[in-house]
Every structure is written in structure tokens, then in C-alpha cells.
Design a protein around this ligand. Structure first.
Ligand code: GN1
Ligand code: MG
Length: 357
């Protein structure tokens, strides 16, 4: 951590380098995250640098969190919603040398997992994300600003991919030939989505948009869900975003970085637990159209993530940090494999959904 910078950021919150211990934590690809342990307090804090090349309007995040926090405090005062702590000047973020920082309370006695090792964890996590959308069911989603415009707009992601085909190099295109074919062959997922997107009972809701397991805090002993974190992408969206990203990240025992594709398999007990957890909160809220799209949500998000990784590879790895040159291509291969596993097992998975409904 750049210590000169840190001291000004810390000052904004009333601390100095001398009275606080700083550790970098987290595995997110976008923001940098630190754990702060003030020497004179029992409490700990999370300090995060907001990546402004991704979140071009950090104020939108702050505004959204503020109105949601106010609403939840009024309607559901017992709900744990992790909103940023104000600076000593009463600001929601600290702006230091053109970088935005924010501080959050650290929730004690909780863990954040990188990989699920028990179906019950899928249940608990899915329940937490479902709960957030349920509690905000009567909140006016249109009052929120999109913090990344078009973030989960599959049409836009496909356009970005298509545009890259014209600007990338011959060499990269050659390396990614099979995945480019995969991307084009699966375009029916976009067409299918478009055929639903204008239905009246497919509303915009308040969605989290990044529902991977590390974004839920679980009780460190019981593994019960405590709260959701990483709230930058809370904005209006379709319910398929959250359930779909859970399918993308909970069903396989290996992450998007796994390069041995024989390991990419769907764990049915996790699927069932995840669906049950989500529906324990959302069953009475989802419309008929939404219920029809439960399995499709996985297709939608996995395909979108494959397109995003592939596009980034063809663009020279501008967005997702990589540790080797073809990592984004490998991630795209991984996601296409996961997509095909979902298709192969479609009947069985839909059977599980029908039983839970
Ligand atoms: C990014 O930074 P992180 O890991 O929370 C990305 C998600 C992707 C994910 C893939 C703002 O999330 O959309 O699903 O990487 N977030 C943004 O690992 O682009
Ligand atoms: Mg995130």
C-alpha cells in the first residue's frame, strides 16, 4: 500500500498510520480492499479503494447506498445493511489525490468463503441475496442510478464482443477461434432473452449483481448467513442477474480460473440448496415469467461472463487483471464448458426447480 496516500486517507477517518494496523485482504478483481485494526479499539474496519475506471461515477454508489440504507432502517430496522461510515467531515467517501476511498464496519465472527464446501452454504448465501431483493420489493428501483450503465445488458455485451472482432489482431483472433465460434453459436441465448425482456411481468428489481460466495458473510461457527457485502453494483436489474451469478459460481467445485475443464461439473445438491434458499425468500414475489426463467438465469449470466472474458482477451486484457497472457481466454473456455454442463443436465435441473416451486 502506498503509505503516503494511506496516511491522508486514514486522516479523513480520524486515524494515523501509527495507531492502526493495515492488511490487504480480498480476492475481488476490481476494487482493492484492506482490513484496518485500530490499536486502541476492539472494532475493525474495511477500507476500500474504488476502481474509478470501472465505477466512473462513485457518487452514484454512495447515493444508492444512502437511500437504500435509509429505507431499510425505516422499514426493517433489524436488517444488517453494511453501509459506509462517514469521514470526520461527514462525507460518504474520502477523495484523496483523485482516488475515492470508503470505510465500512467489519462484521466480527463472520467468514467470507472463496469456494463452497457444503450445500448448506449455497442455501444460506442464496437466502441472503433473495432476502435483500425481498425487503426491497416495494422500494422504487427506478430511483437508483445504474453504477455501471449496461452492466448486465447481454445485448450490449454481445455488441462489445462483435465490435472487438473488428478491432482485435489476427493473432488473438486465431488463438480464440473456437471460443469465438462458441460465442456466436450461443447467440440464441440473447435472442431468447430479448423475447422475454418486454413482458410486463418481468420487472426491474433492486439486484445485487455480484452474488459470488465471497460476497456473503456467514457466521464463523454455524455458517448461517449474516449479511451481503460488496454493494457497489446494487442497482435496478432483472432477478436473473443474482440467481444466474450464483449458478455460475456455486455449482462447480472449481472457479472460473480452473483450466482443467474435466473438473467443470455441476454439483446437484448445491443446485437444489441454492434454489431452495433463494425461493425461501422470493417464491411469493417472483412472477410467473420470472419463475419460467429460473434455469435460464444460469445460461444468461454464464454466457455473458464468457463473452466478457473473451472480449477482454481480444482487447488485450484491459479490464480483468490477469497473471498470464491467455488467462482471460482460459476463463472464457471454462465458462463455455460450464454453460454446456448446464445444457447437458437441463432436464434434471429443471426437475429440481419444479419440485421446489
Ligand atoms: C468482477 O471484482 P469482482 O471479483 O467482485 C466483475 C463481476 C464478474 C467477476 C468475475 C464490476 O467482480 O461482474 O462477474 O469479476 N465486477 C465488475 O470474477 O465488473
Ligand atoms: Mg464485486
Amino acid at each position: 500500500m502506498e503509505l503516503s496516500l494511506a496516511s491522508e486517507v486514514l486522516q479523513a477517518y480520524g486515524y494515523t498510520k501509527e495507531n492502526i494496523q493495515i492488511t490487504q485482504i480480498g480476492t475481488g478483481l476490481i476494487n482493492r480492499t484492506y482490513l484496518l485494526s485500530p490499536l486502541s479499539e476492539d472494532k475493525k474496519y474495511i477500507l476500500q479503494n474504488i476502481n474509478t475506471s470501472v465505477f466512473k461515477n462513485p457518487q452514484a454508489i454512495a447515493n444508492n447506498l444512502k437511500v437504500i440504507a435509509d429505507y431499510l432502517l425505516k422499514k426493517f430496522p433489524d436488517y444488517l445493511f453494511i453501509k459506509p461510515i462517514s469521514t470526520i467531515d461527514g462525507e460518504e467517501m474520502a477523495l484523496v489525490k483523485d482516488e475515492y476511498w470508503r470505510m465500512l464496519p467489519f462484521v466480527p465472527d463472520t467468514v467470507s468463503l472463496d469456494v463452497l464446501s457444503e450445500p448448506q452454504q449455497a442455501y444460506e448465501a442464496a437466502k441472503q441475496f433473495g432476502k435483500l431483493s425481498r425487503l426491497l420489493n416495494n422500494f422504487d428501483a427506478s430511483s437508483l442510478e445504474p453504477t455501471i450503465p449496461g452492466f448486465h445488458d447481454l445485448g450490449l455485451r454481445f455488441e462489445q464482443f462483435s465490435a472487438t472482432l473488428n478491432t482485435t489482431t489476427k493473432e488473438l483472433k486465431g488463438k480464440a477461434k473456437l471460443q469465438i465460434d462458441d460465442a456466436l453459436e450461443h447467440k440464441y441465448i440473447l435472442d431468447y432473452y430479448k423475447s422475454y425482456s418486454h413482458r410486463a411481468d418481468f420487472p426491474d428489481r433492486v439486484m445485487h449483481h455480484d452474488t459470488k460466495i465471497s460476497n456473503v458473510l456467514l457466521n464463523a461457527e454455524t455458517f448461517e448467513g449474516v449479511c451481503v457485502i460488496d454493494l457497489d453494483t446494487i442497482m435496478p436489474g432483472k432477478f436473473i442477474s443474482d440467481l444466474g451469478d450464483m449458478m455460475r459460481t456455486y455449482l462447480c467445485a472449481f472457479s472460473e480460473n480452473e483450466t482443467d475443464l474435466t473438473k467443470i461439473k455441476i454439483r446437484f445438491p448445491y443446485f437444489e440448496a441454492m434454489i431452495k434458499g433463494y425461493l425461501s425468500e422470493m417464491k411469493n414475489i417472483l412472477t410467473e415469467t420470472e419463475k419460467e426463467l429460473i434455469l435460464f438465469s444460469g445460461r444468461y449470466i454464464i454466457y455473458m461472463q464468457a463473452l466478457r472474458f473473451l472480449t477482454d482477451f481480444l482487447n488485450g486484457n484491459m479490464y480483468y487483471p490477469t497473471t498470464y497472457l491467455t488467462q482471460n481466454l482460459d476463463r472464457a473456455k471454462n465458462q463455455f464448458k460450464l454453460l454446456s454442463e448446464l445444457s447437458v443436465n437441463e432436464k434434471e435441473l429443471q426437475g429440481i426447480i419444479d419440485e421446489c416451486l
